[in-house]
Design a protein around this ligand. Structure first.
Ligand code: ATR
Length: 280
C-alpha cells in the first residue's frame, strides 16, 4: 500500500486499541479494491473524546470505528444517529460525511447467522444481557424474529433489556429468564453473548442444558477465541448448525466498510485477513 498526499484515512478509536484485528482486515479490503485509503488506530483518552471527533472532522478523516470505552459517550458529539443505533444506545461506526453514528455489531451477528438461516419468524434465545446482547437483540427484532428470550445471571438486567426491545415496537414477544432455565425445545436459534467459554476457560459452556440442543437448531457463539468454543463443539456433536464468532467480526467490519466507502465489501479478502490475524 502506497500512502500518498491524496490518501483517505479511516481509523479505530478506543482505549486501548493496540490489539485490534480491524486494521489488517480493512487494509486488505482497500488493497484488494485498489482504493486510496488507509485504516489505522488511535488510543483516545476518555477526556479527549470530544476533541478527537472535532479533530477528525478538521483533518477530513472519512470514518471511525469506535470501541470500548467510547461507544456510548461519543454519541453526544454526532449530528445524527441511525435509528437502530439510537435504540441500542451505542455506536461503533461514524461516517464523517454527515457526522452520523451507526451500530454494525448487531447487524454483524444477524448477517453471520444469515449465512445459515433466515431470522424472519424464528424463535430465538440469547444468553447474556450486556452490550453485545443489546446490539444483537434490536437487530433480531428489526429482521423479523418472532420470539426472543433473553437469559442472564442477573435476571433484572435481562428484563430491562426485554422491556426496551418490546418498547421499540419491532417485535411483540420478548421475555427474560435466569440463564439456568434454558429450554431449547422449540427454539430455532441459540446465541451466546456471555464470555463463558472464552480462552483460557475453553471447556466452559454457558448453558446447563446442552443435551437439549437438537439438529434443527442454529447455534451462534459471539466468543471468537477459541474459534470453536465448547458450545459450538456440543452443537456440532448433536448435528446443530454452528455459526462462529469470527463471522460477527467480519460482517460488522463489512457493514462499516460499506457505510464509509459506498462500495460492496470484499468479504472473502476480509475474512482471510481476519483469520490470519487471529491465527485460524
Ligand atoms: P459485552 O459488551 O461483551 O456484552 P458486558 O456488557 O460486560 O459485555 O456483558 C457481559 C454479559 O455476560 C452479561 O450479561 C453478564 O451477566 P450479568 O449481567 O449477570 O453479569 C454475562 N456474564 C459474564 N460472565 C458470566 C458468567 N461467568 N456466567 C454467565 N454469564 C456471564
Amino acid at each position: 500500500m502506497k500512502i500518498k498526499g491524496s490518501t483517505n484515512v479511516v481509523a479505530l478509536i478506543g482505549h486501548p486499541v493496540e490489539h485490534s484485528f480491524s486494521p489488517p482486515m480493512h487494509n486488505a479490503a482497500f488493497k484488494s479494491l485498489k482504493m486510496d485509503y488507509v485504516y489505522t488506530a488511535f488510543d483516545v483518552n476518555p477526556n479527549d473524546l470530544e476533541n478527537a471527533v472535532a479533530g477528525a472532522q478538521a483533518l477530513n478523516i472519512k470514518g471511525f470505528n469506535v470501541t470500548i470505552p467510547h461507544k456510548i459517550e461519543v454519541m453526544k458529539y454526532l449530528n445524527e444517529i441511525d435509528e437502530v443505533a439510537s435504540l441500542i444506545g451505542a455506536v461503533n461506526t461514524i461516517d464523517f460525511k454527515d457526522l452520523k453514528g451507526y451500530n454494525t455489531d448487531g447487524i454483524g451477528a444477524v448477517k453471520a447467522i444469515g449465512e445459515v438461516t433466515n431470522i424472519k419468524n424464528k424463535n430465538v434465545v440469547i444468553a447474556g444481557a450486556g452490550g453485545a446482547s443489546r446490539a444483537i437483540s434490536f437487530y433480531l427484532a428489526k429482521y423479523g424474529a418472532d420470539k426472543l428470550t433473553i437469559l442472564n445471571r442477573n435476571v433484572d438486567k435481562a428484563q430491562k433489556l426485554a422491556d426496551d426491545v418490546l418498547a421499540s415496537g419491532l417485535i411483540d414477544d420478548v421475555s427474560s429468564d435466569d440463564i439456568k432455565n434454558m429450554d431449547l425445545k422449540d427454539v430455532d436459534i441459540l446465541i451466546n453473548t456471555t464470555p463463558v467459554g472464552m480462552h483460557p476457560n475453553v471447556d466452559d459452556v454457558p448453558i446447563a442444558s446442552a443435551e437439549e440442543m437438537h439438529e434443527d437448531l442454529v447455534v451462534f457463539d459471539a466468543v471468537y477465541n477459541p474459534n470453536e468454543t465448547g458450545l459450538l463443539k456440543e452443537a456440532i456433536n448433536v448435528g446443530a448448525k454452528p455459526v462462529y464468532g469470527i463471522k460477527m467480526l467480519l460482517y460488522q467490519g463489512a457493514e462499516s466498510f460499506e457505510i464509509w466507502t459506498g462500495k460492496k465489501a470484499p468479504i472473502d479478502v476480509m475474512e482471510e485477513a481476519l483469520r490470519k490475524t487471529l491465527g485460524f
